[in-house]
Write a protein that binds this ligand. Structure first.
Ligand SMILES: Nc1ncnc2c1ncn2[C@@H]1O[C@H](COP(=O)(O)OP(=O)(O)OP(=O)(O)O)[C@@H](O)[C@H]1O
Length: 316
């Protein structure tokens, strides 16, 4: 067995340590920031990564991507070893089979929209995959444009299509929809749910939006000072909801969501996407009552700080 092979082909698990010093090369006794995180996910899980500014969310994604070198730990990714600190093994980013969308999109400015996606295709992948992805994210008509000729929302769609074109084992999304207005955000969330379902993508998504975490992810962690202080479902994490509004509606159609069916509902002429609170199976045409809830501004940790040395597995 090669040193690059690790046991379970459906498991993504890691334990990462990183000390950040205020100045590059500084060896001060006390680092400005220290991250210590361990976690296990199953293939296809979607994990929301939450936490205040400076909690370590971007650092965690960069460590997983290999864009920031870890000081120690390991990453076992679907039967392969990306990082083994004990053996000084660290696969470079390009060999980790990740797709990532960071806040600045990092699109290639000199390439067309189609060129950006084609460039990301794996060797031997059919070129029509690029066109399929552009269609999925609604950019077919703009395929010949340059990124600079796209709106912010269109650039985010392109970044997403490009990340998925590489057929990644792991999708890393750092506030991928943050620059969008509520309507566009909703429709891109729908696209993301559909793309994750179609390609069976294991995903980590950094978000500050409780509703987005609930819609996209089956599990969420809350980071504080570089450590996991809560690990639960997003709905559990955002406790203290206050009931605000009740209205009637009718189910238009059903689609699969990250953790159960999502119902597209017509409510007084507005189309909403909702989940059945009691897990009931609803058919198109069913009449329903919608209860709108106001989320608390800050997530409430339900569990004591997790021992980072003891990763747990969740069906997520
Ligand atoms: N290159 C770096 N050198 C030194 N310290 C850094 C570096 N990058 C980040 N840090 C520090 O690491 C800590 C975590 O930063 P990180 O960007 O991961 O936070 P975050 O949770 O993503 O925050 P935000 O929500 O504001 O993006 C912060 O204290 C930050 O100042």
């Amino acid at each position: 067995m090669s040193a690059l092979h690790c046991a379970d082909p459906d498991l993504f698990s890691f334990e990462l340590h990183k000390r950040m010093h205020a100045a590059r090369g500084s060896q001060a006794a006390h680092p400005a920031f220290e991250l210590h995180v361990a976690l296990s996910l199953r293939r296809g899980d979607c994990l929301a990564v939450l936490g205040a500014s400076g909690a370590g969310k971007t650092t965690l994604l960069r460590l997983l991507a290999g864009l920031t070198p870890a000081d120690g730990g390991h990453i076992h990714a679907f039967g392969r070893c990306w990082l083994d600190g004990a053996r000084s093994l660290a696969l470079p980013t390009r060999k980790r089979r990740i797709g990532y969308v960071f806040q600045d999109y990092a699109l290639f400015p000199h390439m067309s929209v189609r060129g950006n996606v084609r460039f990301a295709l794996r060797r031997g992948a059919p070129e029509r995959l690029a066109d399929e992805l552009l269609e999925t994210v609604g950019l077919s008509a703009l395929a010949g444009r340059r990124p600079a000729q796209l709106s912010g929302g269109q650039q985010q769609r392109l970044a997403l299509a490009r990340a998925i074109a590489a057929e990644p084992d792991l999708l890393l999304l750092d506030e991928p929809l943050s620059a969008l207005d509520a309507g566009l955000r909703r429709s891109l969330q729908d696209e993301l749910i559909a793309l994750r379902r179609r390609y069976g993508l294991t995903t980590l998504v950094v978000t500050h939006d409780p509703g987005e975490a609930v819609r996209l992810a089956g599990r969420a962690i809350l980071l504080e000072g570089g450590r996991i202080v809560a690990d639960a479902t997003p709905a559990e994490l955002f406790g203290g909801r206050g009931e605000a509004l009740t209205l009637g509606g009718r189910v238009l159609d059903v689609e699969a969501g990250a953790d159960g069916p999502l119902y597209r509902i017509d409510a007084d002429g507005r189309t909403l996407l909702a989940r059945a609170a009691d897990g009931a199976a609803l058919a198109p045409g069913s009449m329903v009552t919608l209860v709108a809830e106001r989320w608390t501004a800050r997530p409430v940790p339900l569990t004591p700080p997790q021992d980072a040395a003891a990763p747990r597995t969740s069906p997520g």
